[in-house]
Design a protein around this ligand. Structure first.
Ligand SMILES: NC(=O)c1ccc[n+]([C@@H]2O[C@H](COP(=O)([O-])OP(=O)(O)OC[C@H]3O[C@@H](n4cnc5c(N)ncnc54)[C@H](OP(=O)(O)O)[C@@H]3O)[C@@H](O)[C@H]2O)c1
Length: 328
């Protein structure tokens, strides 16, 4: 089968290429899936760069979220059958014609959900949903600030947050050229960090936000805290620069503001509480099937184009969500 592999750590596409590999077979608690579409994520870029904790050994097989059809079922698996349309969160290997995944993280596809959109559910939409429900516990009337609002996760948050009661949705982007993408995604107010608009907002509107969702390491944490309302929840969930994390705020500052600073990792949740990730996949699919959740259609590219998309994401210039068309 055709599969994408990254041979060695790199900041460029030079070590990523297509290979012919043997077809995987399921272990007792696994299924194999004929992959129709796979979601492309910034996490691939961090793995490609060799950031600590992402790759156990090289070559690395990227591709963390897929939609397709069950090909074969392990001997201990109940409730899934060959030929069934499904989505799955993988531990890698999703950019391939066939992928092996744990049955525990494989969910039947709800009727009426297209496979390209479905491929964004296991990682991107589920992360957005769990940030809202479990990590930040968004409540009706909350003003929510999302850093890096122009990308795949930003777009999913823009559509999901109003469903959970968010009354005002503020996004930041790293470059002014990405403001339009975030506005089109559904943010009420978009601030360019390049132009100092986020800093100005913090100066003019201290304490404006009940929730801050921040994937930018700890680089903006001080400003996050300035815009945090009494009782705010700040959730850190990424580190795209790969720079070391800075210190957390002094406890007196958190006590004075009744502010909770927390973290979120879908990968850690999948390892320790897979039932929550499964719930998020099922709930996201139900929202999509009922048309409560309307996501912008992702841009579909071919398997061979993935290295170029990774590079665009690494440059910080990409907007919206990309999926790879594999066998559909
Ligand atoms: N914790 C989790 O479980 C989890 C799960 C999924 C994704 N994430 C994180 O959520 C974020 C969004 O993911 P995504 O896949 O939707 O990606 P994305 O937003 O489409 O692309 C990544 C964005 O990160 C920002 N960025 C900031 N510093 C950067 C740098 N030094 N190099 C490149 N980009 C930089 C850029 O946006 P701006 O410049 O506009 O900010 C860039 O567009 C990522 O940081 C990802 O790691 C976390």
């Amino acid at each position: 089968m055709r599969a994408l592999l990254i041979d060695a750590p790199s900041t460029g596409p030079d070590t990523t290429g297509l290979h012919i590999l043997p077809l995987p077979v399921p272990g007792p608690t696994d299924v194999t899936i004929d992959v129709a579409y796979a979601g492309i994520n910034y996490l691939d870029v961090m793995a490609r760069r060799g950031d600590a904790g992402y790759v156990q050994h090289w070559p690395y097989a990227p591709g963390l979220e897929v939609a397709g059809t069950v090909r074969a079922v392990g001997s201990h698996v109940d409730g899934l059958t060959a030929g069934q349309p499904v989505v799955a969160l993988t531990t890698g290997g999703g950019y391939a014609e066939v992928v092996r995944v744990p049955a525990a993280l494989t969910v039947p596809l709800a009727a009426g959900v297209d496979l390209d959109l479905a491929a964004t559910v296991p990682l991107t939409v589920s992360t957005a949903l769990l940030l809202i429900t479990d990590a930040a516990r968004v409540q009706a009337g909350d003003t929510v600030l999302v850093q890096s609002a122009g990308g795949g996760l930003g777009h999913a948050l823009a559509q999901l947050l109003p469903l959970y009661g968010c009354s005002q949705l503020i996004g930041t982007v790293g470059q002014a050229s990405k403001e339009e993408a975030a506005q089109n995604a559904g943010f009420d107010l978009v601030l360019s960090r390049e132009d100092g608009e986020f800093e100005s907002f913090a100066a003019q509107s201290p304490g404006a936000c009940q929730v801050i969702l921040d994937p930018l390491g700890t680089a903006l944490l001080d400003t996050d805290l300035r815009v945090a309302a009494q009782g705010a929840r700040v959730v850190l969930f990424g580190n795209p620069s790969g720079e070391p994390f800075g210190p957390l705020p002094p406890a007196p500052r958190l006590l004075a503001g009744n502010i909770a600073v927390g973290g979120f990792s879908l990968r850690a949740l999948a390892a320790r509480a897979p039932h929550r990730v499964r719930w998020a996949m099922e709930c996201s699919l139900a929202h999509l099937a009922a048309r409560r959740l309307q996501l912008p259609r992702p841009s579909a590219v071919e398997l061979a184009d993935i290295p170029e998309i990774h590079q665009r994401m690494a440059s910080g210039h990409s907007t919206g969500k990309f999926v790879a068309r594999i066998t559909s």
